[in-house]
Write a protein that binds this ligand. Sequence first.
Ligand code: HEC
Ligand code: HEC
Length: 241
Amino acid sequence: MPNFHFTKEQARELTYYMLSLTNEEMGTYYASVRSIPGPGYGRQLFVEKNCIACHSIGGVGAKGGTDLLGVNKRHSPQWIDEQLVDPQFVYPGSSMPIYDLEANARKALVAYMDTATPEDAALILSHKTLALSPQDIAIEAGKQDFARFGCVGCHGTELQGGVPNPNAQGGEVPSLLHVSDDYTKDEVIAIIRNGRVPPMEKADGPTPPLYMPPWKHVLSDEDINRVADYLWSKQQKKSAW
Ligand code: HEC
Ligand code: HEC
């Protein structure tokens, strides 16, 4: 790993970025101390905590609960913050759960509610209620594994590859969008299981810094099959030109 001479701030930003690519929950340390309490993080929490199960935004969502459109105009940020800390305090007997959110998470939720639109609520709902076939579920699980086990770090979130890999053939980590042109699914499963060292561009040059690690001791066969299903669901035909 070369020293890129990042400033502390840059190194931290990169860490968030990489954590955001994995589906790991951010460590509480990062979440509480460092994550930017903006509407993006707030939306993520709003989805994760399933707030839409009880609330609507501009009429879209659960009909029973309070509509959250314009809640920031009705109440001060402090008031909403207290509502999130202890729903019972303002509304004794409230059915709203206590979430035990840390301060930045609450700040982020307040920021999200300030920007939330009925269109976005519809989007959140459409993702929730999508009925998935068993095949879709395997693909989705493979996608999660691809992120969780760090494949995204080298191959990219969209499988696009492109991370520089000096003196490897092609000079970069390959895209995985066309593997079905070159390999059968079983061959790809074998590459994932056993790993591979990329051939060198110049035989007398330096060893390329990135290679494909073997995953057979890390991932179960079931996980690897699901990752392969995911890769296959994303294959693009080579364009004719
Ligand atoms: C189980 C249902 C339920 C869930 C889940 C829920 N709430 Fe609530 N929430 C309520 C109810 C009900 C009220 C209205 C107060 C009351 O009657 O208890 C409320 C009130 C609020 C209010 C105050 C609105 C106002 O104008 O008075 C805010 C803000 C709020 N909830 C945000 C959230 C957020 C953010 C989440 C997700 C982290 C969430 N709620 C999850 C049921 C829920
Ligand atoms: C440390 C970087 C790195 C990580 C992490 C990584 N790969 Fe790779 N991968 C590579 C490199 C470099 C190659 C090219 C090897 C070669 O040229 O022979 C490669 C090749 C591949 C290939 C063959 C592509 C081709 O066209 O030859 C597949 C499939 C693949 N990786 C899947 C995965 C999966 C799935 C994961 C996660 C479980 C993963 N990779 C994680 C670096 C990585």
